[in-house]
Write a protein that binds this ligand. Structure first.
Ligand SMILES: C[C@@](CO)(OP(=O)(O)O)[C@H](O)COP(=O)(O)OP(=O)(O)OC[C@H]1O[C@@H](n2ccc(N)nc2=O)[C@H](O)[C@@H]1O
Ligand SMILES: Nc1ncnc2c1ncn2[C@@H]1O[C@H](COP(=O)(O)OP(=O)(O)O)[C@@H](O)[C@H]1O
Length: 309
């Protein structure tokens, strides 16, 4: 059973107050883009995980656990437990999504494993684990997992796990600049809290985030320029503080004609929106030539979530 699953970019990441459980209340507008990992699951006598870079991809998989700590392996155990089956999975992951890059690759693999294992083991006429149940189950693995099951464009609140699909029109064209070495998500949230405290706002007292109306209008009308102007990431100052070189990457993309530029989620991948497909091709080439990124990737969105191939 092979499932293809997309990366995400956050069009708006509004970080509200920190909660008692240590998570921040968010307004997280997720957008799935055409950069895919592939996860293959086979029935096995004992659990097994293999991780490799996808063909033609230059993703470094050295930091991805090839054992039962892998999020995909945890997803498989969760599905077996939920269905009450005594079954194991041999999981093979082919990664094209940058690791620890702020594009939710680990969450994507977990979502793919949920979908694949449910298809493998939930073989009744009326499946117990339909897509909505898998979205819900995903929240037990991580805040970004439900969205990777769902895909498209969606507004996530709470930890980012309570999702409402967003109305969009047409296709948006993106260029991504990856960096050597990832950024840790908890470290970036902690740096965001520290910067806010320095400015006099304790993390618990931060104002609630609100959905950007200009952003939702730009999405609904397919207005790339409007969307570019409305892109916003409250974690960006923290990511830039931890990795100052990202400032030069964002500047380069803006100078080379991107209609929008921001750090993707917790970074360090930088995302650039182009006005159309041709501009995206030109921007990718120019950004590559500027030599500011480890790798320059092109993708479009929105695309569907985890899908059996
Ligand atoms: C920042 C975002 C933006 O979409 O993703 P990435 O850019 O890292 O992929 C997410 O909020 C990351 O989601 P995810 O990577 O699933 O995080 P989790 O495993 O649930 O949590 C990891 C850690 O991130 C912090 N965290 C996460 C979500 C949230 N709403 N508030 C938080 O403070 C907490 O420190 C938590 O212990
Ligand atoms: N299947 C997986 N793919 C990638 N990373 C994984 C996976 N399972 C667990 N991880 C761990 O999750 C961390 C975060 O990875 P990732 O999801 O790629 O980044 P981000 O949270 O920045 O989007 C990695 O450093 C790795 O240790």
């Amino acid at each position: 059973m092979t499932v293809r699953v997309p990366a995400k970019v956050n069009l708006q990441l509004g970080v509200g107050p920190i909660r008692d459980d240590g998570y921040h209340d968010l307004v997280n507008v997720f957008h799935a883009v055409s950069l895919f990992d592939e996860v293959t699951v086979e029935p096995a006598a004992a659990p097994e995980v293999r991780v490799q870079a996808a063909p033609y991809s230059r993703v470094s998989v050295a930091d991805v656990p090839a054992d039962q700590d892998n999020l995909a392996a945890r997803a498989a155990r969760l599905v077996a437990g939920r269905l009450g089956v005594d079954a194991h999975a041999a999981i093979r992951i082919r990664k094209a999504i940058p690791v620890a890059g702020g594009m939710a690759g680990g969450s994507a693999d977990a979502a793919a494993a949920l979908v694949a294992c449910a298809r493998l083991w939930d073989d009744r006429d009326e499946p117990v684990l339909d897509r909505a149940s898998l979205v819900e189950l995903g929240a037990e693995l991580g805040s970004d997992v439900p969205f990777a099951v769902l895909g498209g464009t969606a507004v996530g609140v709470g930890r980012g796990e309570r999702l409402t699909p967003a109305l969009t029109r047409g296709t948006f064209h993106w260029v991504f600049a990856t960096a050597d070495g990832g950024l840790s998500t908890p470290a970036v949230y902690a740096e965001c809290d520290r910067l806010r405290a320095e400015e006099g706002t304790e993390a618990g007292g931060a104002p609630a985030a609100r959905v950007s109306e200009p952003l939702m209008t730009a999405l609904a009308t397919g207005d790339a320029k409007g969307l570019g102007a409305a892109l916003a990431n409250d974690l960006q100052p923290a990511a830039l503080a931890l990795r100052p070189s990202l400032g030069r990457v964002l500047d380069a993309g803006r100078e080379l004609g991107a209609v929008g530029a921001l750090v993707s989620g917790s970074g360090p991948t930088c995302a650039f929106l182009a006005e159309d497909e041709e501009d995206a091709a030109d921007l990718a080439e120019a950004l590559d030539g500027a030599g500011v990124a480890a790798q320059v990737l092109r993708a479009y969105g929105p695309v569907p979530g985890a899908t059996v191939v």
